[in-house]
Unconditional design. Structure first.
Length: 36
């Protein structure tokens, strides 16, 4: 089953930080990851 997580934000570093944290967790689980 495919699941997508979409994060959107404006301004500060908060959205970048949470994307990095979730990205590291996804890679540890062997999930595919795309961050733009």
């Amino acid at each position: 089953m495919k699941k997508d997580i979409i994060l959107a934000g404006v301004g500060g570093q908060g959205i970048l930080t949470i994307a990095t944290i979730l990205g590291h967790a996804a890679l540890k689980r062997g999930w595919q990851l795309k961050q733009a």
